[in-house]
Ligand binder design. Structure first.
Ligand SMILES: [Zn+2]
Length: 283
């Protein structure tokens, strides 16, 4: 798939599991388990699906998955799949970590930025040695001093070394990276999460990160229990889905275990999924 000067590729970097009740907030299990079945520990399966944007002179990766700095206990808790990784996902497209010029982090939760750093001779270093990393300043400031409620999601070894190495660039508010890429800041899930809108005159793709983790989160009350400000998420969903339905945007789901992208449409019940894609070849 091409938008403007960018060739877009889906990079599958792994799978893990989170509590189904937490993933769906107030929604009763008999409803959510129809689309997202739970395992014996009540966990539902999440993908970590990343987006690669390639132009003549840039190779941009959007979010970098869980990374490999996990001990056995944490792997058991989060059911981390050892057989998949960002490295393997990139290798499937003939790309190495050295090739990446830019890493755009939507936010600093471990399932989005765990692959940012790696251990080398006992020291934490950037996993993409030739890349600049981008994150909202507001999210970094929160991540270094999170609340007791969400501090489990912000693991400093994933992002403080980037700052110390001087490879981190801060974005501030809704901003434009170039002719195709816009950042849209949302604050319901956490503070200073940035979605990416990639568009040209014909097509728009929205990397909606944790505003809509699964396709099944499209109905408005389906909001994660993790969100710090669920009523803000609700407003952000209404605004985003309206625009996506009106302008035929392709929504990119970073956590849906099956569906990579979908369009949405207006129905009598509200905005619902229209067409789904497992990969860009189906487009
Ligand atoms: Zn998150």
């Amino acid at each position: 798939m091409k938008i403007g000067k960018y060739k877009l590729k889906i990079i599958e970097s792994g799978y893990f599991g989170l509590d189904g009740g937490a993933m769906f907030g107030i929604i009763p299990k008999p409803l959510w388990q129809k689309t997202n079945p739970a395992d014996e520990s009540n966990r539902v399966k999440l993908a970590t699906r990343n987006l690669l944007l390639e132009s003549e002179d840039r190779k941009i990766i959007v979010d970098v998955g869980m990374g490999d700095k996990w001990d056995e206990k944490a792997k058991r808790i989060y059911d981390v799949d050892d057989n998949t990784s960002l490295e393997k996902g990139l290798a499937n497209h003939g790309i190495k970590a050295d090739d990446i010029t830019d890493v755009i982090l939507t936010h600093l939760h471990f399932d989005h930025c765990g692959g940012s750093t790696k251990l080398e001779n006992g020291k934490l270093v950037p996993a993409f040695p030739n890349a600049r990393y981008f994150v909202q300043k507001q999210n970094y400031d929160w991540a270094v001093r999170p609340s007791d409620r969400d501090k489990g999601s912000y693991i400093k070894s994933n992002f403080v070394p980037l700052f110390e190495e001087g490879v981190l660039s801060f974005t501030i508010g809704d901003a434009r990276l170039d002719d195709e890429i816009d950042f849209i800041v949302i604050n319901g899930h956490t503070f200073g999460q940035q979605m990416l809108k990639i568009s040209d005159s014909a097509n728009t793709l929205l990397y909606c990160c944790d505003l809509l983790p699964f396709v099944s989160h499209i109905p408005i009350p389906y909001i994660m229990g993790y969100d710090l400000q669920p009523l803000v998420t609700m407003k952000e969903k209404v605004k985003t889905l309206q625009q996506a339905a009106d302008e035929n945007w392709l929504l990119f789901f970073s956590h849906d275990p099956e569906i990579a992208c979908a369009t949405v449409k207006h129905t009598e019940k509200g905005i619902r999924v229209d067409k789904t894609l497992r990969n860009f070849e189906e487009a």
